[in-house]
Design a binder for this molecule. Structure first.
Ligand SMILES: [Zn+2]
Length: 257
């Protein structure tokens, strides 16, 4: 079981928004505006200032579409060809799909930027953002209309991502993924199978991924925690490795029989 947080994307050159400085280094225009990541990733902007909101998410959509998954993804994919592997990630970037993992083997607990939802939740099911292009002015980081719209009712669309203080997120797609994930874990336990949990770049600030990894490892296996800043295991069987994802996955792969 692969559990991945924001640190997993860093070796692909994706920003992890760590601290205001990390965020503003990736997005200089927001430093001028004094807007931190937590303030921008607030769903209120889709109602109050849609061009600001879509400037941020439209830029990220383009960034994640262009991103090339690093060599560590290839290592994991190789493992997935030898053993049953499932992915649990808080990343919304779709990098596991891009790397070649089957859609059905991935649970995205915070949603995906490659899917959209209606801002007024008219009943339109979550839909893929494949055909969506958002034009963003790089000087102001504001989106240029027309902005993405709901195919059901024509209202403004937004990414199907769980934002901060987000009561409007439509969790249906993630819920189906999580259900499949839980069923897989139950099946492993029923078969008394041993589980290796490989956790990558999952921090303590939003501990969803770490908790998922710890619980799964405690139930039926061991945890390999790969994290350059927070590698410590508080309890349970396993090992913490203070290293970035790509090189350590390649090193581990070389050690496997
Ligand atoms: Zn709608």
């Amino acid at each position: 079981m692969v559990c991945a947080g924001a640190g997993m994307g860093v070796d692909s050159g994706l920003p992890d928004f760590r601290g205001p400085d990390g965020f503003w280094r990736a997005y200089p225009p927001y430093r001028r505006l004094g807007l931190r990541f937590e303030e921008l990733a607030d769903p209120v902007h889709f109602a109050a200032d849609p061009e600001l909101a879509w400037g941020f998410y439209g830029h990220r959509l383009q960034l994640y579409r262009r991103a090339v998954p690093h060599a560590g993804f290839g290592v994991l994919l190789g493992w997935a060809r030898r053993w049953p592997v499932r992915v649990f990630t808080s990343n919304v970037d779709g990098q596991f799909q891009t790397a070649g993992f089957a859609e059905d083997d991935i649970a995205e607990c915070h949603g995906s930027i490659h899917h959209l939802q209606c801002t007024i939740d008219c009943g339109q099911p979550v839909w893929p953002a494949d055909d969506v292009e958002v034009d963003v002015d790089p000087a102001t980081m504001r989106a240029v209309p027309p902005l993405p719209a709901c195919p059901g009712c024509g209202a403004l669309a937004r990414p199907n991502i769980l934002m901060f203080g987000d009561f409007d997120w439509v969790p249906d797609r993630a819920a189906v993924q999580l259900q499949a994930h839980r069923a897989w874990l139950r099946g492993l336990r029923a078969a008394d199978a041993r589980l290796a949990v490989v956790e990558l770049g999952a921090g303590t600030a939003v501990p969803t991924v770490r908790r998922e990894a710890e619980l799964a490892a405690a139930a039926s296996g061991a945890l390999v925690r790969i994290n350059p800043r927070e590698p410590d295991l508080r309890h349970g069987r396993g090992v913490g490795l203070a290293a970035p994802a790509a090189p350590i996955l390649q090193a581990l792969d070389a050690l496997l029989p």
